[in-house]
Design a protein around this ligand. Structure first.
Ligand code: NI
Length: 182
């Protein structure tokens, strides 16, 4: 196990399209997933994508704490979850604004439009299927992580730059910067 170095915005690995994982059950993928979970927990994040640890492969880890959930039943809390070679589709046109942060953009938060309801699928490091239909925070973090695999960082999705700032300043100003960092 190891804490990995997290790439920060400006590093080219965060802007490239990641490659599919050829064998999700390979020992080196197991090791990477373990290290990514440990790194996410160490950083206090809600999610972490492989390109954020300088590995341009299509996989991410995330978790949804009970306290983060919206009231929505499909905004399911989950423990540490890995999604390898993910696919995502929105379930309708309901797009809502959510506060987000990113471990590659430390200290900052912004409001980002995301689909409220999505279906996603992938496999875990045992090759077993993962995913389902989810909403709210759960859907938002999955979209944020999946974006990392396409070289997209949340500022590239922003529509209102007034809702962008340092977490400490936003808290002082009373803004509801409740999103996770991922
Ligand atoms: Ni991120």
């Amino acid at each position: 196990m190891a804490i990995l170095k997290i790439a920060r915005m400006g590093h080219p690995v965060l802007l490239q399209r990641a490659e599919p994982v050829a064998d999700p059950t390979a020992p080196e993928i197991h090791r990477l997933v373990h290290d990514m979970v440990e790194t996410m927990e160490d950083a206090g994040g809600a999610g972490l994508a492989a390109p954020q640890v300088h590995v341009p492969l299509r996989l991410f880890v995330f978790r949804v704490a009970e306290a983060r959930r919206s009231g929505d039943a499909d905004d399911r809390a989950v423990g540490n979850t890995v999604v390898i070679n993910p696919g995502i589709e929105p379930l309708d046109d309901d797009i809502r604004l959510r506060w987000e942060g990113c471990l590659s953009i430390p200290g900052l938060r912004a409001v980002v439009p995301r689909h409220w309801r999505i279906r996603y699928r992938g496999v875990d490091a045992e090759g077993a299927p993962v995913g389902g239909e989810v909403t709210g925070f759960h859907a938002g973090v999955v979209q944020h992580e999946n974006d990392h695999l396409d070289g997209i960082l949340y500022p590239m999705r922003m529509t209102d730059f007034r809702l962008f700032g340092f977490h400490e300043e936003l808290e002082r100003a009373g803004a509801q910067a409740a999103g996770g960092r991922s």
